[in-house]
Design a protein around this ligand. Sequence first.
Ligand SMILES: [Zn+2]
Length: 307
Amino acid sequence: MNEPLNRTNTFSVNEQQIQKWLTDEEGCLAFLFHKRWPQGFHCPYCRWQHQQLPPSRTVICAHCGHPSSISTNTIMHGSKKALSKWLLAIWWICANETETSAKNLQRLLKLSSYQTAWTWLQKLRMAMGTADNTACHGLVELGCAPVMPAWEKPNQALVVAAAETILPAGITGRIRMTTIERLEPSAINAFLRTAVTAGSSVFAPGLPAYREVAQEGYLYVVDAPTQNPHRAEQLIKSFEIWLNKVHRGGVALKHLQLYLNEFCFRSNSAMLPNMEAVFNLLLEGVLAHKPKPYRELVSTRIAKETS
Ligand SMILES: [Zn+2]
């Protein structure tokens, strides 16, 4: 049964609801339809708003005549699989940090293809990067270090990290991380513009790569060489350990950004009040992200490799 449009947002998403949706594809559709178009269907082609349309997997716009799918221009774009499988996969990856292998997802969703399961996982990691987009602010430590997945040794990638310091406890708050080609001002500044709110105090090493930070609108504080240990560099080390422990080092350098997305999403979403909030955050990323086909995922640009 379709849930009435005005009631779909009252669902409390939990393990029981996910189980219930597995046999209720229309319920999944009603839920996703409202999540994607809370004010009613919004045509992606002519931007016409149709407030009274009931939930439907494919909608023909009464204004321009274009057909649109609930999954058009989302991570689920082009997928013919049941929406309940997507909702289950989103819940499963939020609820599990370890054992999130493509084989396990293939088994969980009863997918015939390992490749489909692997692609779904990478797409969900892309969605994590889209969803987890709040910038660090306040006191932020900035650093850069190489990361070497076990299976890629001796090749490595450079990762830059920003970590909020929450006073007076001195604990780590929000984090952001990305791969860069080289440690140079243009790369550091490009990262800061998306990862750290202007006006923040940025604590970074006294290296040439960081010397233009003040020109970008940040208060640049040079870390004293004796200050230890550096929070951002520790964070990168923690990521490398997590990569080799949780993913058993079986990660290609060219996919490293997707795993950075996952690591940051899990760390930052730990500040959310419950699993439902984490699920809803990732769902926002799933619904907002432009699609990327399998062949593009596997040919992602290779990060800078040094040996
Ligand atoms: Zn239209």
